[in-house]
Ligand binder design. Structure first.
Ligand SMILES: Cc1cc2nc3c(=O)[nH]c(=O)nc-3n(C[C@H](O)[C@H](O)[C@H](O)COP(=O)(O)O)c2cc1C
Length: 206
């Protein structure tokens, strides 16, 4: 069982990476082989819009996307992570998403694989749901099966969405925290790892 996490943050190893790592650690504890790929460490160019992938499942560009596509082909589960940038995914994540078009036009390569997503935001209620929605839609376009985790305890539906918002002080000024201190988001991320591993096992090892 292979579970691959792809981080669209411009800041490798920061808040979004921490949430992804939490999910991967739980997946590994459930028996998965895991890997975290930082898009910030790769050279992935914009889709050129040439439409060559309408005819055959290849891309006219050649860069670090080639290796990442091979990892996605092997993976049973793929977790995307992106910071919330203006209620959307980062430009780095969107560039990656666009470059996966050859995987779903002439062929439907990712069909039936398991997907899941995490996001991080500066504030609460300031675009996390939309950011998650973009990644959710990515999985739908690829006809993947998406895990929406819900750990025991908090009755929330917005998934593993971490924030740096720690409330207001007595004078109404915003207080900040590290995403790593958002315990609810990490509970969701850990549940995502467990649920993904369970679903992959049901699909692959039944
Ligand atoms: C260009 C830019 C746009 C952002 N837009 C939003 C936003 O719309 N809503 C929000 O809550 N936070 C926003 N943020 C804050 C980031 O989502 C937040 O810092 C995130 O946790 C960074 O993740 P990282 O630690 O992986 O870099 C924005 C940050 C930047 C740099």
């Amino acid at each position: 069982m292979h579970i691959l996490a792809i981080n669209g943050s411009h800041r490798a190893g920061k808040g979004t990476a921490a949430l992804l790592q939490a999910a991967l650690e739980q997946a590994a504890a459930c028996g998965a082989e895991t890997e975290l790929v930082e898009l910030a460490r790769l050279d992935i160019g914009y889709c050129a819009g040439c439409n060559a992938c309408l005819a055959k499942p290849t891309c006219t560009l050649s860069d670090d996307m080639d290796g990442l596509v091979e990892k996605m082909r092997v993976a049973d589960g793929i977790i995307l992570g992106s910071p919330d940038y203006f209620a959307n995914v980062s430009a780095r994540m969107k560039t990656f998403i666009d470059r996966t078009r050859p995987l779903h036009m002439a062929e439907n390569v990712l069909k039936g694989k398991v997907g899941g997503m995490v996001s991080t935001s500066g504030l609460d209620n300031c675009g996390a749901e939309e950011t998650m929605g973009v990644m959710d839609r990515f999985f739908a376009v690829h006809e993947m099966l998406v895990v929406h985790p819900r750990p025991a305890g908090p009755v929330l539906a917005n998934g593993a969405t971490g924030s740096q918002f720690a409330g207001f002080d007595e004078r109404g000024r915003v207080q900040w925290r590290r995403v790593e201190d958002d315990t609810t988001a990490f509970a969701f991320a850990r549940q995502l790892g467990v649920d993904m591993a369970e679903l992959v096992r049901r699909l692959v090892e039944k």
